[in-house]
Ligand binder design. Sequence first.
Ligand code: NAP
Length: 323
Amino acid sequence: MRAVIAEAHGGPEVLRLAERDSPQPGPGQLLVDVTIAGVNYMDIYQREGRPPYRGDVPFVPGSEGAGTVAAVGPDVPGVRQGDRVAWTGISGCYAEQVIIPADRAVPVPEEIDLETAGAVMLQGMTAHYLATDTYPVAEGDPAVVHAAAGGVGLLLTQIVKMRGGVVIATTSTLQKAELARAAGADHVASYDDFGVVVREATGGEGATVVYDGVGQATFDASLAALRRRGYMVLYGGASGPVPPVDPQRLQTGGSLFLTRPTLVDYIATREELLSRAEDLFGWIRQGKLDVRIGGRYPLAEAARAHEDLAARRTTGKLILLPR
Ligand SMILES: NC(=O)c1ccc[n+]([C@@H]2O[C@H](COP(=O)([O-])OP(=O)(O)OC[C@H]3O[C@@H](n4cnc5c(N)ncnc54)[C@H](OP(=O)(O)O)[C@@H]3O)[C@@H](O)[C@H]2O)c1
């Protein structure tokens, strides 16, 4: 089977296509034919070797996807060859086949296509936990969503709107601003003036929550945009990691809360994993959540997908098509 290998840490040029033996599922495992592999910003951090994402090389990137079960290992009740499943948090997904633990496989309902199911496993579950658990958005809450036309951003904007929040979105281009508006954003600002837009939209009070996956470039202005006792949810660093923060800044900012959440802690049990997936699939079925596939790439062009994502040329979800 073919897989993308990162030979070393570095730029997109370290990714190359290679032939590998088909893996065999052990006890509690499934061998899956990958229909789509999701591309995520985290894949870039891992390829670069950015702490704390640095792992051993060589490795097969990718942690998300959807496909059909090709073989079932021993001690896996209730799963059959041909079943459709999706997953996140599994390494080695930029490949034609992958081994996944059966207890991390999310069954995909008949009405949801594999492309859509795979596309929401990482960014969709993230948007879900951010808006429902990290800071549960309530009716009327002004919420800043940075990079609102991106993979997480478009989904998060829609989920905040479903919960009755007021979205103040940031994007870098007019075309991206249009997409954020179409997803429900009430206000769209640039990264330079979102603080002003937040003040205007909230009568000077500030936002209840800022969802910030941009990191270094936005962190200071994000903190400054919060109201008293507001929530700073730093969930990524697309522009670079945020330097150490003095806790006193939370006091002077108005008794603020700061959290740096990560998906693995919000889908730690199978129950939580399936419950988030069920919500997402339900919203998709009901037409409440639009999943935008912003780019489809053959497996051999994984490097181009990484280049496009890092260069801010993309919107929505990027996927690789191994077959
Ligand atoms: N903590 C978690 O559980 C978790 C889970 C999933 C993702 N994340 C994080 O969420 C963020 C978004 O991930 P994603 O996969 O959905 O990517 P994405 O949002 O589709 O792509 C990143 C976007 O960030 C914006 N951006 C701003 N400054 C940038 C810069 N200097 N370089 C590159 N991009 C910049 C760009 O949008 P504009 O052009 O509009 O600025 C770009 O399109 C990432 O930080 C990722 O690590 C965290």
